[in-house]
Each structure stands twice: as structure tokens, then as C-alpha cells.
Design a protein around this ligand. Structure first.
Ligand code: C2O
Ligand code: CU
Length: 489
């Protein structure tokens, strides 16, 4: 591996840190990709589907015989994949077996604020919390992770993250791969730093946050996946705390994107690269030829790097990684053509907008303010449509995530978004010096006492206070902050 260190400084912000360099081609794909187990569930007499998550400390051998201290849900690293159907009422019984408070946020989920698992729903060590809600959104690849204010980067980096797949009838009738772990495969991408022996060690901390010089997928170092089906669906999740990726195939074939954060696109689209900042998801299809081996890579081309120069610089200028090798069997189960129409996405409706708000991202602040737990920044009236103008006014890369809703990007610097940003989104990469116009509809769940969050999903930035709070209220209602809710035993 190229072991050089490149100092990265960001003018005016006083943060200087080493940032490791990576090169394509130094990964040995010698370990079968680990597939997170499906979460077991029971159904209560009232029909509620109940899952259990136990946040616990443990030990993980990323290399045989080299244990690292890690955290996980129901295990030592990451968590089980939760699957639930639209229309189901679900409950998750969460136990905190750690020795510090944490919480679990359902990223991308439309649900009441008090079930959201943000920084106001802390769970003390030894305590439990049982949020429940109706699954009321289209099929999508969502995920869950801790959200304790100030400690989110740490808790996620230690291993607390998992996928939450929403299914629905519309997606179920489409001829798409959906055999979990076989032709429908979770791909949770994180960067990490390992010692020469293979023990997880710290990652260099630069202005973007911690950046590791190696990738792990579903917690596997050097992962490969044996494939027996012609068509494979990969659910890519960037669960890294700071690093963005530009995913593509080693042989240059286009990457076939079918879904973004909030669900399926209208039709699949072929791209050279899929750019995912922390927190974003993409579902992609790949059609394999018998016997072939191809590698999912992340390669920041000059084109992309030009748009996000600071990220590229923070990665030493050549931000490229081998991610995952797919190994096709000599005979593959044939698959039909991908359906031409996958979903119906209404055109962005700007006529319904009643309120416009602006959010300037600069330094580690939004609108020149740092997050304060006791301050509601924005009060939104339930069942209204809003326009949020989000501008990264700096040269530092950021991302932007809004809780509660799936939104649409109406324009980027005044132009229509590219196809990969034209579907349902809850997080996007906020490129330097760029203005994004979002259209968001806030339905249901008015609660003047409990806010939702919006924030940069570079988790160290979030921890530094690059986050704000919005409450959804009935018309005319005032948002009020009640005292902190904390779930104790
Ligand atoms: Cu994925 Cu507020 O977080
Ligand atoms: Cu940021």
C-alpha cells in the first residue's frame, strides 16, 4: 500500500491533519463478503411486527487472530438487516448494553419525531427504548445508526450501523433480483485504518473528519462475492463517517442505477459513476458474464474531483479504492431484462410551496449558528410544501440530510438535477460553492415539543454543531422545547 501522508490544511479553519493516500490495485480480495443477518421479528397479537436490537461492545477479527474492540447491534460489528413492509406497524425494542448513552435513528424514515431516535431520544446505559410507528413510504433502502449529539462519529465508526429495507407491493411485482444476500446484496461501505497486523486502529483526522486508508464492506476486509445469477442488485450504503465515493466498475462498463435514497427511479439509468456522500444510498444492477471477475471501485475522476476539489485534496488528490470483487460462476441463472418502468415519480411541484427558507453551510455552522439542543431553529406547518435553498457557501465539502421526509432536488445552481439526483432523496453531497433548491412536503406527525434534525452528514461536522432543529406543528401552533427526554431504566 502507498503509505504516504499528505498534510491537508483548510484556510481559515485552523484544522490541519494528515490524510492517507490510497491507490487502486493494492487490495487482495481473499475473504467472502459477510452478509448481515436478517433481523428476526415476532408479530404481536395486535399485528405489530417487533424487532430487537441490543447495542453492545464486542471484539471483531478483521484479520484472523487479530481482535479489535468494536461495537455492534446483536453482535460485535454492524447490525442485522431489518425488513418491513409498507402498511405494517413496527416496534423496535432497543437495549443499550454499552456503558455510555446512545440512541438509534432511522435514517430516511417518515415517522413521528419522538420515535426518530435523534439526540432528544437518548437511551441510558442499561436502559431500553421501544419506538413504534407505521411504515408509510415506498420501498427503499434505509438504514439505522446512533445519533447522540457530539458522539455520532465515534459511535458509528465503532460499528453501530445497519440496513433497514422497506418493501411494498409496487416493487414486489417488478422483475428485479430480491433474494437477500444472493442476488440482492447489502454493500455497507466504510473506511477504516488497520495496523500491519490487521488490528483496527485510529484513522487520520482531517478537516472532513476521520478518513481511513482502507475500505471494509459489511465489516469484511478484502471482500469478494460469489455470484450464481446473471443479474445482481447491490444496495450501496455509504456508512463512512466522512468519506465520499464515486462508485463504478473496473472494466469501465456503466453502472446501472435503479434507486436512490427514498426509492426506485422511474427507469434505470446508466452512469459512469455513482457519487455517494456519507449517509446516501444507491441501488445498482450489474449483469454478469459467466466466469468473469469484476471489481466495484471508487475512483474520483478529474471530472468529479473538479466539482469536489476539497474532498479529492483531503484524500491526497488520488482518491481511488478497490471496494468489492464479484466472481461469476461458470454457469449463471439467467435473468430477464430490467423492467422499463420502475416507478412513477411526480414532477416537482413548486406551485404548492408556501414557505421558502435558506440554509447556508459555512465552517461547521448552518446559517452562522451551531446546534443547540434547547433551540428550535425552524417551525414548519404540517401538511405544507416548502422550498429550502441550501447553499454551501464555502470551499469545504459538506452533505445535507433532512429527517422525517424524502424530498426532491428541484435545481442545482439553477439547472435541472442529473438523473441520479432527480428521484427521492434524504441526503445529498453539497458541493462547494453550490446552491441546491429542495422541495419538501411535511405530512403528518405534528408535535410542537419534539424537533427533527437537519445536518451535515459528515459526522464530525455534525458533532461539531453543524446541525439544526425543526419542529412540525399544527397551523398556528408554537414550537416549544420541553425538558430533555432521556430513557432511563
Ligand atoms: Cu443518518 Cu441525522 O442522520
Ligand atoms: Cu460538513
Amino acid at each position: 500500500a502507498a503509505g504516504g501522508l499528505v498534510a491537508v490544511s483548510f484556510a481559515g479553519c485552523g484544522l490541519v491533519g494528515p490524510s492517507p493516500v490510497s491507490t487502486v490495485g493494492d487490495v487482495e480480495f481473499d475473504t467472502p463478503l459477510s452478509i448481515p443477518p436478517l433481523a428476526a421479528s415476532t408479530v404481536d397479537t395486535d399485528g405489530t411486527r417487533v424487532f430487537s436490537l441490543d447495542a453492545q461492545a464486542g471484539s471483531t477479527e478483521f484479520e484472523p487472530g487479530e481482535p479489535s474492540n468494536t461495537w455492534g447491534f446483536n453482535g460485535s460489528y454492524l447490525g442485522p438487516t431489518i425488513v418491513a413492509k409498507r402498511g405494517e406497524h413496527v416496534r423496535v425494542d432497543l437495549t443499550n448494553s454499552l456503558d455510555e448513552p446512545t440512541t438509534v435513528h432511522w435514517h430516511g424514515m417518515h415517522l413521528p419525531a419522538e420515535m426518530d431516535g435523534g439526540p432528544h431520544q437518548m437511551v441510558e446505559p442499561g436502559a431500553s427504548w421501544s419506538p413504534e410507528w407505521d411504515i408509510d413510504q415506498q420501498a427503499a433502502t434505509l438504514w439505522y445508526h446512533p445519533h447522540p449529539h457530539g458522539d455520532t462519529e465515534d459511535h458509528v465508526a465503532r460499528g453501530l450501523a445497519g440496513m433497514f429495507l422497506v418493501q411494498d407491493d409496487a416493487e414486489a411485482v417488478l422483475d428485479l433480483p430480491r433474494e437477500y444476500g444472493v442476488d440482492d446484496v447489502p454493500v455497507i461501505v466504510q473506511d477504516a485504518g488497520f495496523s500491519a497486523e490487521g488490528e483496527q486502529e485510529g484513522r487520520g483526522h482531517g478537516f472532513a473528519g476521520a478518513l481511513g486508508d482502507e475500505l471494509i464492506v459489511n465489516g469484511t476486509r478484502g471482500p469478494f462475492l460469489d455470484v450464481d445469477d446473471e443479474l445482481v442488485r447491490l444496495r450501496l450504503l455509504n456508512a463512512s463517517t466522512a468519506r465520499s465515493y464515486a462508485f463504478g466498475w473496473s472494466d469501465g462498463r456503466p453502472i446501472e442505477l435503479i434507486a436512490t435514497d427514498g426509492g426506485l427511479l422511474e427507469a434505470s439509468v446508466e452512469l459512469d459513476r455513482v457519487l455517494l456522500s456519507p449517509g446516501e444510498r444507491a441501488e445498482v444492477l450489474v449483469r454478469m458474464v459467466p466466469g468473469e471477475r469484476i471489481v466495484l471501485q471508487s475512483k474520483m475522476t478529474p471530472e468529479i474531483a473538479g466539482m469536489q476539489s476539497m474532498i479529492a485534496a483531503s484524500n491526497g488528490g488520488t482518491d481511488s479504492f478497490d471496494v468489492l470483487e464479484l466472481r461469476a460462476a461458470d454457469t449463471l441463472d439467467p435473468a430477464p431484462a430490467v423492467p422499463e418502468r420502475l416507478n412513477t415519480i411526480p414532477p416537482v411541484d413548486e406551485t404548492a410551496v408556501t414557505t421558502t427558507r435558506t440554509f447556508d453551510l459555512n465552517g461547521f455552522e448552518i446559517n452562522d449558528d451551531e446546534m443547540e439542543m434547547g433551540r428550535i431553529d425552524e417551525t414548519v406547518t404540517v401538511d405544507t410544501t416548502e422550498r429550502w435553498i441550501v447553499t454551501n457557501t464555502s470551499s469545504m465539502p459538506h452533505s445535507f440530510h433532512v429527517h422525517d421526509v424524502q424530498f426532491r432536488i428541484a435545481s442545482i445552481d439553477g439547472a435541472a438535477p442529473p438523473p441520479e439526483l432527480a428521484g427521492w432523496k434524504d441526503t445529498f453531497f453539497a458541493q462547494p460553492e453550490t446552491e441546491f433548491e429542495l422541495i419538501l412536503r411535511f405530512e403528518d406527525y405534528a408535535d410542537p415539543d419534539t424537533p427533527y434534525m437537519y445536518h451535515c452528514h459528515l459526522l464530525w461536522h455534525e458533532d461539531q454543531g453543524m446541525m439544526g432543529q425543526f419542529a412540525v406543528v399544527e397551523p398556528g401552533q408554537q414550537a416549544t422545547m420541553t425538558e430533555e427526554t432521556s430513557h432511563e431504566h
